[in-house]
Design a protein. Structure first.
Length: 175
């Protein structure tokens, strides 16, 4: 029985591409917040976001990184996926690459309600794990996916430069 559990644990590590420890460590254990920001659309508050790294400083291309989003509104998974795809198109990803990446995310994502939290812990630019209210939604492995996902918030040409500045700790947020 222990061998079956061990094989199952090894398979989970291979599928997710993430290191799994023997403890019940929280996904953000060992990580420090870089910055926190708030996303609004017109007059509506959509979410609060926090960026984490091991040393609490952001450097592009250095992993692990984690992005935590706490929602202020109910949003359907399809709306989240559509918004993600739209942001990737703004970044210049071609339509076929957007479809491939969205297909990787679609089975994992859920409808969110006010107060819910989604967390991405990216171990490198190709491997990450999503969490919903602290529970794993599953891992994703795809070349460059974590980099382009985090790029929605962290690229120099993000559509939300003030939120980027808050996440990077360059400006503060009263949130």
């Amino acid at each position: 029985m222990a061998i079956i559990r061990l094989c199952g644990a090894f398979l989970m590590m291979a599928v997710s591409g993430l290191a799994i420890s023997g403890s019940d460590a929280a996904p953000l254990d060992g990580m420090n917040r870089v910055g926190k920001g708030q996303m609004n659309w017109l007059w509506l508050e959509l979410y609060h976001a926090s960026l984490y790294t091991v040393d609490g400083r952001y450097q592009a291309g250095r992993y692990p990184q984690a992005l935590e989003i706490q929602y202020s509104r109910d949003i359907k998974a399809k709306e989240l996926l559509d918004a993600t795809g739209s942001e990737w198109q703004k970044q210049g990803l071609n339509e076929s690459q957007v479809k491939v990446f969205l297909a990787k995310l679609a089975p994992l994502w859920v409808d969110v309600k006010r107060g819910d939290t989604l967390l991405l812990v990216a171990s490198d630019e190709n491997h990450g794990e999503f969490f919903y209210n602290g529970q794993s939604l599953g891992g994703v492995v795809d070349t460059g996916l974590m980099q382009v996902f985090l790029g929605i918030w962290l690229r120099d040409d993000t559509s939300e430069p003030s939120l980027r500045a808050q996440l990077l700790g360059e400006t503060s947020c009263d949130c």
